[in-house]
Design a protein around this ligand. Structure first.
Ligand code: DMJ
Length: 482
């Protein structure tokens, strides 16, 4: 824990006036009817991205660093889920003693965008020859969806290799009992890949509500709406259990529908549920999703958003009373800057990115959690997370403001300075020490997210339709590959 006091504690927090904030941006009171896909969805990225200059030197450096870590993975961990670059070994993320080739699957579409065709061939060959999901073990449903189903679909869209979409379908079929055996439609947390037995009746909102992008695109690809319907039903079940303040908590019992943790927060374990309500609307044009997103966002802006010491933050409150619980903010909550930007509020998104930029400037790399009343670190880890870079890409695409590319580049340099080792990139256990204390792991999402966002910020890849693309919460490209 670091207790740096950065800002005057005499500054009183002021609750944002939702109507004032949004009135200026949306030209009127905020509500379902003010949102429209054409004015507020991802298509608004088009103008900025089509005119911006690439920076081939940085793009090439990013590609080389991706390769640097991939080479480490190939040498010390190939075929296993994740590289442990310091001990030159590996671990398995999903199953005990069995690999699902996580890093390989996470890398597929990034390699394609970077034109690393030889490496992509090696990756696909491993999948064709080794990957199976028929294990008599439980798997975490949410992680399997965003990392494996999403990664395989993106890989299929990149390569046209049907084995990849067949494996995605096979896995989704093994995950489906988690939804189908639930009385409420909200999935159990775990399912046995072989028997379909379920467990984990207390589930987190992100794990319940982050499926519709992957499962919806799968439904389109294989012409089977079971996947889309299951994902949507889960989202609806959460929405129906919102409080009178239009807030949701963090954990719910999927059998009884009772709230287990009623504390509303924008970060984990809720975060990507909000993202997928919006994304589901953008991807599939489903107006139910747009309505649910709008109502819940309205609740957040009314009861959680506040300016504290001049910066925009989102406090944790009781979903029923709206009373303050604390001012902790997870590093993962940075994603909300991108979501605000995408859903029609780039100014608010930019402000929230500004708030986090202060944290980056203070520590070099962001600590896992901060208390935003004084920016002290509640946890000191940096797990190679991409939640600052993703919004930088969205905000840059939307506004064309170079500041976001500069911020992303500064973050990249910090990551290189503190996380780069001879065998790849590794996590940080303590960002407050100098040198920063390193851990021993390369996260799969680093290959799928960090390096892709950086590459897209600084390149003009021939293989992506920059006018119309979609990245999942795990950075997998499900629209726009060419
Ligand atoms: C990724 O697995 C996804 O972005 C997920 O939604 C939450 N964040 C991690 C990376 O930090």
């Amino acid at each position: 824990m670091n207790n740096n006091k950065l800002t005057s504690e005499t500054d009183r927090p002021t609750v944002l006036n939702r109507r004032t904030v949004l009135g200026g941006l949306l030209g009127g009171s905020f509500g379902v009817h003010t949102l429209s896909k054409t004015t507020l969805g991802k298509p608004t990225q088009q103008s900025a991205s089509s005119t911006r200059p690439a920076d081939p030197a940085v793009a090439n450096d990013v590609r080389n660093e991706f390769l640097h870590a991939w080479e480490g993975y190939k040498e010390y961990a190939f075929g296993h889920d994740r590289l442990k670059p310091l001990s030159k070994s590996f671990d398995e993320f999903f199953l005990e003693g069995e690999s699902l080739g996580l890093t390989i699957i996470e890398s597929l579409d990034t390699m394609y965008l970077m034109g690393l065709d030889g490496e992509l061939e090696i990756a696909v060959e491993w999948i064709e020859n080794h990957l199976t999901f028929d294990y008599d073990q439980e798997i975490q449903v949410f992680e399997a969806t965003i990392r494996l189903v999403g990664g395989l679909i993106a890989g299929y869209l990149a390569t046209d290799n049907e084995t990849l979409v067949n494996l995605a379908t096979d896995l989704a079929d093994r995950l489906l009992p988690a939804f189908e055996k639930s009385a409420t439609g909200m999935p159990y947390r775990f399912v046995n890949l072989h028997t379909g037995e379920v467990s984990g009746s207390e589930n987190f909102l992100a794990e319940i509500g982050t499926h519709i992008a992957e499962w919806g695109v799968l439904s389109e690809l294989v012409n089977d709406d079971r996947y889309y319907n299951a994902a949507k039903k889960a989202l609806e079940a959460v929405y129906e259990r919102r409080s009178d303040l239009d807030l949701v908590g963090a954990t719910i019992n999927v059998e009884t529908g009772e709230w287990v943790d009623p504390v509303a927060r924008i970060g984990p374990p809720v975060d990507s549920l909000y993202e997928y309500l919006w994304d589901g609307w953008v991807l599939f044009g489903d107006t139910d999703l747009l309505r649910w997103y709008s109502v819940l966002l309205d609740g957040i802006l009314t009861h959680q958003a506040e300016r504290y010491n001049g910066n925009l933050w989102f406090k944790r409150v009781d979903m029923n009373s709206g009373e303050l619980v604390n001012r902790e903010q997870s590093e993962l909550a940075q994603f909300f800057a991108g979501l605000l930007c995408e859903s029609g509020q780039p100014a608010l998104g930019g402000e929230y990115h500004d708030s986090w930029t202060e944290v980056h400037e203070l520590y070099g790399l962001p600590p896992g959690h901060v208390d935003y009343s004084d920016l002290s670190a509640i946890s000191t880890t940096y797990y190679l997370r991409p939640e600052y870079l993703g919004p930088a890409l969205l905000l840059y695409d939307e506004t064309g403001d170079e500041v976001y590319r500069e911020r992303a580049y500064r973050h990249y340099k910090q990551m290189k300075e503190h996380c780069r080792v001879s065998t790849g990139y590794t996590v940080i256990d303590d960002v407050t020490t100098r040198p920063m204390q390193q851990g021993d792991l390369t996260m799969g999402y680093w290959f799928s997210e960090n390096m892709k966002y950086l590459y897209l910020l600084f390149s003009e890849p021939e293989r992506l339709d920059r006018q119309n693309y979609y990245l999942t919460t795990e950075g997998n490209v499900l629209r726009g590959l060419k």
